[in-house]
Design a protein around this ligand. Structure first.
Ligand code: F6P
Length: 544
């Protein structure tokens, strides 16, 4: 007889957390800090060069112990080992989940179906490096012999968000004589604007798609080929010099007309949203060069090792994942704000949205039962200080609890007068204001009239993490991304969900394929949708 599967909410640690929550839910951070003068030094953890201050969270030492107990009861350690070992933990797709192999050093052994995948990973990295050097040095030229000055990555989801985010984040390290653009949306405006001022003779397209079947990417790739051929006199031989592919699907790449010699491969054990350090990072390598790309991978690897080996109480991704779960499932907070005080990280929240929400937006457990607890919170955010002048009002004085992750760097890449001190003063001030607020007494003591006082009160007790790192280098970026990847893993492991599939994106894709011919048909199509969809289609057909 197979043992009954223990439900998460039936676990002793979960039950203990429920009881504990009733005791601590109204404790104020003001009180917690007043009771423990060392709190700001005790609730910190440093690992792989990142410093995480989690003292401004609504927790006590007991909360942390119980959360760690929950992680143990849920078998987090074994689940981490299973991922690193190459077990097929993505059960609905029967796949291993091995983004950690993408940054494993040469000489490491990680096997999938009995085969060590690390040598293949390094063979692709070497091929990418050779190609990048040829393009960057001008040895690789376009069809007319002109040097490549523009690189356009065509991809969507994980084949776009990682490359865009990394390019923006590492712009300071990029080859400034070259232009890098990213086309993702099937809205023709995206492509039209990306190429409107470019010379096809100097432009290289990277068609990035794991499957090489994604509608948006293939539509954009075909438009790119038409645009390039038109500008290059129609000679189809030009495709070989102006198009390369990044994919797991060699047959489809060839069908499109790209020589598989110019294809950079990866594997089904790399999820789209975990692929920025695979060949999907080709545009990143072209922009920052192979050495910087290697430093990025080394940063990822350092955080991987920290996650795999550090005791949970000193493990950054585990602590962050458990805190996210604490707010999500006990305080019933629905979102997490990610607030980088670093302009180069302006696309980081968008990148994290796919990583976190496509991974943990699941309503059933691994065995298919509906969860009786909330899973993945909504991640969102904008760089500071801009957000302070927009949505922070709601975080400070609104009626919702929004845990925040502040991200800051000790050194700026662009020293300019006192800008950086002002920036850092703001990030420290925000977490202080959120935690401690301003009492009615303080407001009144400032001479505020009674009627106005309630409007000026800050309740405080708004939780936050602060991640402080030395400088935004390629290495630090790798660590930061891996930190969130493994925090997502920690959450998913405890919720007992498949964090590595994405069935929820399928239905819309299928319905769109059905509607496309109905919009394009010359004769009036017979429509069998609901009355709303039918009328929208009719109205569009009439007015277009
Ligand atoms: O539609 C979702 C998705 O499958 C993502 O998971 C993926 O990153 C994206 O589409 C792009 O897929 P592909 O790389 O196969 O074009």
């Amino acid at each position: 007889m197979t043992p009954a599967i223990q439900s998460l909410t039936g676990r002793p640690a979960w039950k203990a957390l429920e009881a504990h929550f009733q005791k601590v839910r109204d404790l104020h951070l003001r009180q917690l800090f007043a009771d423990d003068q060392e709190r700001g030094e005790r609730f910190v953890v440093e690992g792989a060069g990142l410093y995480l201050d989690y003292s401004k969270n609504r927790i006590t030492s007991e909360t942390v112990s119980l959360l760690l107990q929950l992680a143990d009861e849920c078998g987090l350690r074994d689940k981490i080992e299973a991922m690193f070992r190459g077990d097929k933990i993505n059960i609905t797709e029967n796949r291993a989940v091995l983004h950690v192999a993408l940054r494993a050093p040469e000489g490491a052994t990680i096997t999938v179906d009995g085969q060590n995948v690390v040598p293949e990973v390094h063979a692709v990295l070497d091929k990418m490096a050779t190609f990048s050097e040829r393009v960057r040095s001008g040895v690789w030229t376009g069809h007319t012999g002109k040097r490549i000055r523009n690189v356009i990555n065509i991809g969507i989801g994980g084949s776009d968000l990682g490359p865009v985010m990394a390019y923006e984040a590492l712009k300071r390290y990029s080859e400034r004589s070259m232009t890098f653009r990213f086309v993702s949306n099937v809205d023709g405006t995206d492509f039209a604007e990306a190429v409107q001022d470019l010379d096809p003779a100097e432009t290289l397209f990277i068609v990035s798609s794991k499957t090489f079947t994604t509608l948006e990417t293939m539509t954009n790739a075909h438009s790119a080929r038409d645009w390039a051929l038109k500008g290059l006199g129609g000679d189809t031989k030009a495709v070989a010099k102006h198009f390369v592919a990044v994919s797991t699907n060699a047959a489809k790449v060839s069908e499109f007309g790209i020589d598989t010699e110019n294809m950079f491969g990866f594997w089904d054990w790399v999820g789209g949203r975990y692929s920025m350090d695979s060949a999907i990072g080709l545009s990143t390598m072209l922009a920052v060069g192979p050495d910087n790309f290697k430093a990025l991978l080394a940063g990822f690897h350092e955080m991987d090792e920290h996650f795999r080996t550090a005791p949970f109480e000193r493990n950054l991704p585990v602590i962050m994942g458990l805190l996210a779960l604490w707010y999500n499932d006990f305080f019933k907070a629905e979102t997490v704000a990610v607030l980088p005080y670093e302009q180069y990280l302006k696309r980081f929240p968008a990148y994290l949205q796919q990583l976190t929400m496509e991974s943990n937006g699941k309503h059933v457990t691994l065995d298919g039962a509906a969860t009786d607890y909330a899973t993945g919170p909504i991640y969102w955010g904008e760089p500071g200080t801009n957000g302070q002048h927009s949505f922070y009002q709601l975080i400070h004085q609104g009626t919702r609890l929004i845990p925040c992750d502040f991200i800051a760097f000790v050194k700026t890449l662009n020293p300019l007068g006192s800008h950086h001190d002002i920036l850092l003063a703001n990030v420290f001030a925000q977490s202080e204001a959120l935690a401690f607020g301003k009492t009615p007494e303080q407001v009144k003591a400032e001479g505020t009239p009674d009627w106005l006082a309630p409007h000026r009160v800050f309740e405080g007790n708004r939780p936050s993490n602060t991640i402080l790192t030395q400088e935004l280098t390629p290495n630090a970026l790798g660590k930061l991304v891996a930190l969130y990847e493994h925090s997502v893993f920690t959450q998913g492991a405890i919720w007992n969900i498949d964090s590595f599939d994405q069935w929820g994106v399928e239905l819309g894709k299928v319905l769109a394929q059905r509607i496309i011919p109905e919009l394009e048909s010359k004769t009036e199509p017979e429509l069998n949708h609901d009355s709303s969809t039918n009328s929208l289609i009719r109205r569009y057909r009439k007015l277009k």
